[in-house]
Design a protein around this ligand. Structure first.
Ligand SMILES: O=C(O)CCC(=O)C1=CC=C[C@@H](O)[C@@H]1C(=O)O
Ligand SMILES: [Mg+2]
Length: 386
């Protein structure tokens, strides 16, 4: 496909010519021994369970340009995880791209919790006017549509007039997602909020495209309300269809989304994110920069990308999903302060005492180093065209 960017075959190392196109790594990867020598493996306790994770593990590496983070989720294979290593190496050996702003707007993130706990979670996000609510069932949480509606309603009670996003992480069929749009759209409209988008309601690109068509038709009939796209329709955003896809532009070419969620680690680093974002915008999709339950170090990659992302016509960028630091009980650095819904995009260094206190067990360190080595081989093979 013309202009296609292949995610896994060519995650790029971010150490090339700065174009962010993920090419030209040959001979530019730091030596594996050096990376291993500089690696620290940490395990952070979560304040709240998120994505079925209660302890977040990450491998941090200090390079000449700063710190990077390699923390693909445990279930990801090496080809997919290699992009996360490219992002870590880019941040540590090249540093962040040139910023265009000092602070970045963020959304509040509400995990799949009972409604009574939502206000307490939102207290962790002072000044945020955009709220992303997790919806739909997950392996650990059988959230029904009634539960989802109650959670969204509780979020709007805590932040009246909020701009609402919901994220189903692929949980629904097209019929279930349509019904969710209908019900949640009314909840949002009745509470005086605005429904910005549904993130990854269904698993596949054809399902997303079908759902978009059905929502547009439903909005015309007055069955769907509360949305922010033409005729009150509710926008569909793609996340997994970008970060876990071989070609992150496919969903845009296929008409599967109105909005794209882009994350630096799975795309291979902030420069590649910026390049993918530019392509997505050319295809008519605005982008939300988000994260992956990153530590204070890892969040630097997303913040760096968001700080360097050109503003849209309104002079701003959409609120980013980069505010999840507050979901950790402890972090590797002093948490960045959320002021008026914004975070500083200045890079942060881990605190040596915290690195010591949060160090993972020897067994887990060995597991991460072995994974690092395998992913390094993937990048090295790509760099030499093997
Ligand atoms: O976007 C946000 O508000 C926070 C990040 C976030 O929601 C996610 C982080 C990590 C893993 C994912 O399950 C999840 C997402 O799907 O976007
Ligand atoms: Mg998501």
């Amino acid at each position: 496909m013309d202009g296609a960017i292949d995610n896994h075959a060519n995650p790029g190392c971010g150490l090339g010519d700065g174009s962010g196109n993920g090419v030209g790594c040959a001979g530019m990867l730091p030596a594996l021994d050096e990376i291993v020598d500089r690696a620290r493996v940490v395990s952070l306790p979560m304040r709240v369970r998120f994505r079925d994770v209660t302890q977040r593990e990450a491998l941090l590496v200090e390079g000449p340009a700063g710190w990077g983070e390699f923390a693909p989720f445990a279930e990801y294979g090496d080809a997919e995880a290699a992009a996360w290593l490219a992002s870590a190496l880019e941040m540590a050996w090249q540093g962040p791209p040139q910023p265009l702003r000092e602070r970045v707007p963020v959304n509040a993130t509400v995990p799949s919790f009972p409604p009574a706990e939502v206000a307490g979670i939102l207290d962790l996000f002072p000044g945020c006017r955009t709220v992303k609510v997790k919806v739909g069932p997950s392996p650990s949480t059988p959230s029904t549509l009634d539960d989802d509606a109650a959670r969204v309603s509780a979020a709007l009670a805590a932040i009246p007039g909020a701009l609402v996003r919901v994220d189903a992480n692929r949980a629904w069929t097209v019929a279930e997602a349509y019904e969710a749009a209908r019900v949640l759209g009314r909840v949002v409209a009745d509470a005086g909020g605005q429904f910005e988008y549904m993130e990854q309601p269904c698993a596949t690109v054809p399902e997303l495209a079908q759902l978009r068509g059905e929502i547009a038709a439903g909005a015309e009939r007055g069955d769907i309300v509360g949305g922010t796209v033409a005729g009150g329709a509710i926008a569909v955003a793609a996340d997994e269809s970008i970060r876990r896809a071989e070609d992150p532009l496919l969903v845009a070419h296929a008409g599967g989304a109105d909005r794209a969620v882009v994350k630096a680690p799975p795309l291979g680093g902030p420069r590649r994110l910026l390049s993918v974002a530019a392509s997505l915008r050319e295809l008519g999709l605005d982008v939300t920069v988000s994260s992956a339950l990153d530590t204070a170090v890892g969040m630097g990659a997303g913040l760096a990308a968001a700080a360097a992302l050109p503003a849209g016509a309104d002079g701003t960028i959409p609120a980013c999903g980069l505010g999840t630091g507050g979901l950790f009980e402890e972090d590797v650095a002093e948490p960045r302060e959320l002021v008026d819904g914004t975070l500083s995009a200045v890079m942060t260094e881990p605190d040596p005492a915290r690195l010591g206190a949060l160090a993972a067990s020897g067994e887990r360190r060995d597991w991460w180093i072995a994974r690092l080595q395998r992913c390094y081989e993937v990048l090295a093979a790509e760099a030499t065209g093997a």
